[in-house]
Write a protein of this length. Structure first.
Length: 387
């Protein structure tokens, strides 16, 4: 029994670390962007591409990632993805031109894109009876992985490497490589999925759950990405630049309580349609608060959006392992992610276009509001598995 308990704890630790690795190397870029910008004299369009390329590839490579999972199995596909992320992330700083930077960013994003449908499959293999809890564990790691590079790169990592942005990427690649090694040592599932035939990796586009889950995940991501994109310029336009740090901290730190809440009650809250629908209404109220006159209410609104987005994301990620047989989880997850990231990429762009067209800063938030309303409609149309 102790041995079984040890395996369970090891698997949970690996899931948490792999969740963090989904974002560690991606979000190691923003803190050192000024150094990269100066080194290569990048245009603002190139800077945007450097940050936007991974998000785009998360959607484009999700389906090929499902094929890799079908051929190798979720565990080996995750190990391959982790090693690809670690090696390419560390290699981004090699060479005197930006070519290597962008090429390795492409490879790194592809590795993350393979891992994203692989982790729900590992959840289905390892924790079929506790899929909600296991998903909340790796989603908590993902949220921590979003915050660690922003919090530690400038005050800790850069001084450690003599201010080298190139070596900072190597530092953030090390925990990813360590996770790959740990997963390689981790005992495999007793219910190993055999290599599936080719037909099993391709998403079932006729299945309504594929599209509804994609809209739920994409609308949530669209709201989150758009809010992070619009808040700084919006607050500057409102004459409140001093609130930018507080608002961005609130929207990102506000995600952590949601993961903790779902860790404590994954099934009662995660499989409750009424709760998830109510969260979307809360998100809409958060947008209204963000646009209010009172400074404290603007910051609170950002925190509400962060909480609501994290709650919705975790619940959505937990649904494929509970809806499909283990062998079908990769393709359902891949279809969801392909639809979701394709949708979420558009929301910040549309929000900015509305702002440019109307010359009204607050109008830009119409796009994330529609994204949240889309999630609400998808939730109401979705048939949740019985608890």
């Amino acid at each position: 029994m102790a041995s079984t308990g040890g395996v369970i704890h090891l698997r949970l630790a690996v899931l948490w670390l792999a969740g963090a690795d989904l974002r560690l190397t991606v979000l190691a870029v923003p803190p050192v962007l000024p150094l990269i910008h100066h080194q290569f004299a990048l245009s603002e369009r190139a800077v945007g591409a450097l940050l936007g390329l991974p998000v785009l590839l998360f959607g484009l490579v999700a389906v090929p990632g499902s094929l890799l999972i079908a051929r190798l199995g979720a565990r080996r596909a995750t190990i391959a993805g982790l090693f690809a992320v670690a090696a390419s992330s560390a290699a981004r700083g090699i060479g005197p031109s930006s070519t290597m930077l962008f090429t390795m960013t492409f490879v790194m994003a592809a590795g993350v894109a393979v891992m994203q449908p692989a982790l729900p499959t590992l959840v289905a293999e390892w924790f079929a009876a506790r899929a909600g809890f296991a998903t909340a564990v790796y989603a908590n790691g993902l949220l921590i992985g979003e915050g660690l590079p922003a919090a530690l790169t400038i005050p800790w990592v850069l001084p450690l490497v003599d201010g080298s942005w190139r070596m900072s990427f190597v530092v953030w690649a090390l925990p990813v490589a360590a996770t790959a090694l740990l997963l390689a040592l981790c005992p495999n599932s007793e219910r190993v999925i055999a290599a599936a035939p080719a037909a099993r990796w391709w998403p079932d586009w006729k299945r309504s759950e594929t599209w509804l889950l994609g809209l739920m995940q994409g609308g949530t991501g669209g709201l989150y990405f758009a809010a992070n994109t619009l808040i700084p310029d919006y607050l500057h336009a409102a004459g409140l630049p001093q609130l930018v740090t507080a608002a961005l901290s609130a929207i990102n730190l506000g995600q952590l309580p949601a993961s903790l809440v779902l860790l404590m009650a994954p099934r009662r809250l995660g499989l409750n349609k009424a709760v998830l629908a109510a969260i979307q209404i809360v998100n809409l109220l958060g947008i209204l608060a963000l646009l209010a006159d009172a400074p404290w209410l603007r910051v609170a609104g950002a925190g509400i959006i962060g909480f609501g987005c994290a709650f919705s994301l975790i619940v959505t990620l937990a649904l494929p392992p509970q809806l499909a047989l283990a062998a079908d989880v990769p393709r359902l997850s891949a279809g969801m992610l392909a639809v979701g990231y394709s949708f979420s990429c558009l929301i910040p762009i549309i929000g900015g276009a509305i702002w440019d067209l109307t010359h009204v800063p607050a109008a830009g938030f119409a796009a994330p509001a529609v994204a949240s309303a889309t999630v609400l409609v998808a939730v109401l149309a979705f048939r949740f598995p019985s608890s």
